[in-house]
Design a protein around this ligand. Structure first.
Ligand SMILES: NC(=O)c1ccc[n+]([C@@H]2O[C@H](COP(=O)([O-])OP(=O)(O)OC[C@H]3O[C@@H](n4cnc5c(N)ncnc54)[C@H](O)[C@@H]3O)[C@@H](O)[C@H]2O)c1
Ligand SMILES: [Zn+2]
Length: 338
């Protein structure tokens, strides 16, 4: 099962395969960056750089360590292999983009989030003290190999977390997928998760090919649920909530906002809310979080401009629209209805 993503410098294949195939295919030029959970889960015995799992490792200090490690053994012809979730993909990808002004990158996403989202599209980067993903690059991989069997060891909370992005793709682009998920939420035990993963990659491919460097607004449509979701994550200091969980709450909030603005009908919100709930995702603001505190981070959202906030909103399941100049009072009213 594969597809090809085209970009300004060339193209790369995304292939859904198995862990053994990926690991057996690696050679001496491959510099593996992973994290301690993944390293244990895949029983990796080769030389590698293994980071402490979690977002805190996507930082300048660990980036520096990866670069020093590369400097001791890699050359211009080496290839960085990002074997892990989105944290490893972004960090190792940024190292690949900058080591000796750029070396080849193989993305091997092992979390559902990384499979359906972060490994495709070429965005790599790290967090700075001032904010998430503030240092980064567009650095397309040479190839993406998705080891679908790696999902077998992914903790269920992280599986559900990745499923939020699958629901997002369905809500904004694929009514048939939305129907399928509504009748049976995504499960670790699905006989063929590869098909759903590949469908999401295909949907992301279409969007990123149309807006490779985030200049036309196309990629911004992938942000459904994310304006509110990012604000929730930020106001909680990225503690106690995962990205997909925050985005799930955000999708319900933004659907309510769409209703308020006359774009989304009530039934669509209900379908989104019911679906996310059946997947085991949160649909309400976490206890103790004041909706007014979400405004400040939303003002700093990269889609916002001097005319107001901006949202990717679902008009009906499978169709979305980027709406600019949204008033804060409308957003607050929607958040209060959550
Ligand atoms: N570049 C992009 O376009 C893009 C898009 C979406 C998200 N991201 C980034 O991705 C990151 C989140 O990714 P994530 O949710 O994968 O987080 P993550 O990389 O922290 O992985 C989640 C957890 O699952 C573990 N894990 C991963 N695969 C496993 C496996 N097969 N078996 C056992 N454990 C496994 C990890 O060790 C970690 O503890 C964020 O930093 C986010 O900014 C980037
Ligand atoms: Zn996301």
């Amino acid at each position: 099962m594969n597809t090809t993503v085209r970009h300004s410098l060339g193209q790369y294949d995304v292939e859904v395969t198995g862990l053994r195939v990926v690991l057996d295919g690696l050679g001496d030029d491959d510099m593996i960056v992973t994290d301690d959970h993944v390293r244990a889960a895949v029983n990796l015995e080769r030389d590698c750089f293994s980071i402490k799992p979690g977002e805190l490792s996507k930082c300048l200090a660990v980036y520096g360590e990866v670069m020093d490690w590369l400097a001791q053994r890699a050359s211009r012809s080496s290839r960085v292999v990002a074997l892990g979730g989105g944290v490893v993909g972004d960090l190792a990808g940024f190292a690949a983009a900058t080591f000796m002004r750029g070396v080849r990158l193989l993305q091997v996403p092992t979390s559902l989030m990384a499979m359906v989202d972060s490994s495709v599209g070429g965005k790599v980067g790290i967090d700075l003290a001032a904010g998430k993903n503030l240092a980064g690059a567009f650095w397309p991989p040479e190839k993406v190999q998705v080891p679908i069997d790696a999902l077998g060891t992914l903790p269920s909370r992280h599986f559900t977390n990745g499923a939020a992005e699958v629901w997002k793709y369905a809500a904004i682009m694929d009514p048939a997928l939305f129907d399928r998920l509504s009748s049976k939420p995504l499960a670790l035990s699905d006989p063929n998760p590869a098909e759903t993963v590949m469908r999401c990659i295909e949907l992301k491919r279409v969007v990123v090919e149309g807006d490779e460097h985030e200049t036309t607004g196309g990629r911004a449509t992938l942000n459904f649920g994310h304006t509110v979701g990012h604000a929730i994550e930020q106001s909680m200091g990225y503690q106690g909530i995962l990205h997909g969980e925050a985005v799930a709450i955000g999708m319900v909030a933004e659907s309510l906002l769409g209703e308020r603005l006359g774009l989304t009908d009530k039934q669509t919100t209900e379908r989104i809310r019911g679906g996310l709930q059946s997947q085991g995702l949160p649909i309400k603001l976490p206890e103790g979080l004041d909706s007014r505190n979400l405004l400040e981070p939303m003002r700093r959202d990269k889609k916002a401009d001097r005319n107001g906030l901006a949202f990717s909103l679902v008009s009906e399941i499978g169709t979305c629209k980027l709406l600019r100049g949204v008033a804060e009072s409308d957003v607050l009213s929607a958040l209060e209805k959550l």
